[in-house]
Design a protein around this ligand. Structure first.
Ligand SMILES: [Zn+2]
Length: 291
């Protein structure tokens, strides 16, 4: 910019000449094109700075020029000098991955804060298996994040239980996340048939006859297991597919051998379109020597 215009003995204050640039604040005039702080003219009201100008222009051999060239010094204006404009962005956590809340200034883009939302990776039912007793089952649900902090029902998630949770079957508990969390997660629990016990075990020639009290309720049939090992390694299994049956003779056994026998009930139910057998726990083991 053409800056100083003077006639002999007639100066004007160059600082009265204030240029304007959007987004910048005018700092002052400089003698050097780099507009360094050192070259900033401090006493614009008198002619002292001419010496500096002469020094700065010496290398460019303008010492004898009557035109004085000055350079505007600018400072970038801080749009957030009076404070930032916070804007929050939420990335919800899921059961598998952490989320975060990032607060940035919507004007200058500066990150003002960042909070990690730990994933809700610890989802447990108080019970995953029950024995049928005709009563509705509602296991308690505990949802915690990966650091063990408990999530809040209705704020962070809601729970839906499958309907009619009385009979033998597999039941879904569905967790639907909300708020800072996203996604749905299923947990299942099972109601098993009541246990059946062997009421009589009788030895015969190379055979045994077992009897039990029939279980008509929530039972499709029975499974009898027998073998010569008390731990039932290599044991054989016989399925009795009617719940009305109360006894069974197992033959073709080895004479004079000791056998171990146990029984359990099962019910065939549909789980996601598939037929699945749900078993009771095993009865007490009975021991008998075959004749
Ligand atoms: Zn800002």
């Amino acid at each position: 910019m053409d800056t100083t215009d003077y006639e002999v003995n007639q100066f004007f204050d160059i600082n009265e000449c204030v240029p304007v640039r959007e987004g910048y604040r005018f700092v002052g005039w400089c003698t050097s094109p780099s507009a360094s702080d050192a070259s900033l003219i401090k006493n614009t009201g008198n002619s002292d700075w001419i010496v500096d100008w002469a020094k700065d222009t010496y290398n460019r051999l303008q010492i004898d020029s009557y035109d004085i060239q000055l350079y505007a010094k600018w400072a970038k204006e801080d749009p957030c000098a009076k404070g930032h404009t916070p804007q929050e962005t939420l990335t919800q956590a899921t059961a598998e991955s952490d989320g975060r809340i990032v607060t940035k200034c919507s004007v200058c883009g500066k990150t003002l804060s960042e909070t990690v939302i730990k994933k809700a990776s610890d989802i447990c039912l108080s019970d995953t298996s029950y024995t049928y007793n005709g009563k509705e089952k509602t296991p308690q649900l505990v949802v915690k994040d990966s650091e063990g902090k408990q999530l809040n029902l209705n704020t962070d998630y809601t729970v839906t239980y499958a309907k009619d949770r009385k009979n033998v079957g597999c039941y879904d508990v569905t967790i639907t996340f909300a708020g800072n969390y996203n996604g749905t997660v299923n947990r299942t629990f099972t109601i098993e048939p009541k246990q059946v016990n062997l009421s009589k075990v009788k030895a015969g020639r190379k055979k045994i006859t077992v009897k039990w009290k029939k279980q008509a309720v929530q039972t499709t049939g029975y499974e009898i297991q027998y073998g010569t090992s008390s731990g039932f390694e290599g044991a054989k299994t016989v399925t009795v597919s009617k719940n009305k049956t109360k006894g069974k003779t197992i033959s073709k056994l080895k004479a004079k051998k000791k056998y171990y026998v146990r029984i359990r009930a099962y019910k065939t139910v549909k789980v996601k379109e598939r037929s699945v057998k749900i078993y009771s726990s095993w009865s007490k083991v009975r021991k008998i020597k075959v004749k």
